[in-house]
Write a protein that binds this ligand. Structure first.
Ligand SMILES: [Zn+2]
Length: 228
């Protein structure tokens, strides 16, 4: 049974380490979860970027973690537990590389902006890491959760270029706008919806602006690509 603690978070996400699901968090997080608090900082050149602070939810509150490496170490322990319990890879987790000493790096990327390297050692696993991983099922498919809302629309002109395939996006063709900040100003990087659909599959409908304004045929196309 999962216990929760109360908190007040302005802009934050939580990795539930029992399920390895990733979602935004405001007032309540599960005990044992990793909390990612986001903020914006501007450098001398006027460029704005997002910074992340990590903390672990304990019974008595959030305990901050000293950087991403420490956060990754915590996730590695929890991930091993998850794998033993469920017999499968957590969502959004992939094999990255193996080392001569028998250690393996996995990549856990619950969002585009949050990518963790998860180190598994033979000592921690208690057996050959690759042998252990070979016994696991692949992850169940879980949806993409963006940090900012994406936008979908028919291209207004033929001037945009797809950031996935670098081809022109013809006027009227469905394009998905990836939110991007420049000097605190929200802009979009465009993609053919067909080029980006695998990556953003399962995005919550309310996080895809413009969907309700699409013509029915376009809505059906998006439905088939992202939610089926
Ligand atoms: Zn494309």
């Amino acid at each position: 049974m999962t216990e929760f603690i109360q908190c007040e978070l302005d802009w934050a996400y939580v990795i539930d380490t029992e399920t390895f699901s990733f979602r935004s968090a405001k007032t309540k997080v599960p005990v044992g979860s990793l909390v990612l608090e986001k903020g914006r900082e501007t450098n001398d050149l006027g460029m704005t970027f997002v910074v992340t602070k990590y903390s672990i939810a304990h019974d008595d509150g959030l305990n901050s973690v000293d950087g991403k490496k420490e956060a990754s170490n915590y996730l590695a322990k929890k991930m091993l537990f998850f794998m033993r319990e469920t017999g499968r890879y957590p969502p959004n987790t992939e094999f990255k590389k193996s080392y001569k000493n028998g250690s393996v790096d996995l990549t856990y990327s619950p969002s585009d902006y949050d990518i963790f390297t998860i180190k598994m050692t033979p000592q921690a696993v208690g057996q050959d890491v690759e042998d252990f991983l070979a016994t696991l099922d692949p992850p169940s498919r879980t949806g993409y959760v963006p940090q900012e809302d994406w936008l979908i629309e028919p291209a207004k002109s033929s001037r945009s270029t797809c950031r996935s395939c670098y081809e022109r996006i013809d006027k009227g063709v469905l394009r998905a706008g990836e939110p991007s900040f420049f000097q605190d100003h929200l802009t979009y990087k465009w993609h053919h919806i067909t080029c980006i659909s695998d990556k953003i599959w399962g995005i919550p409908r309310e996080r895809l602006k413009g969907f309700d304004d699409l013509e029915v045929e376009h809505q059906q196309e998006v439905q088939a690509l992202l939610w089926e």
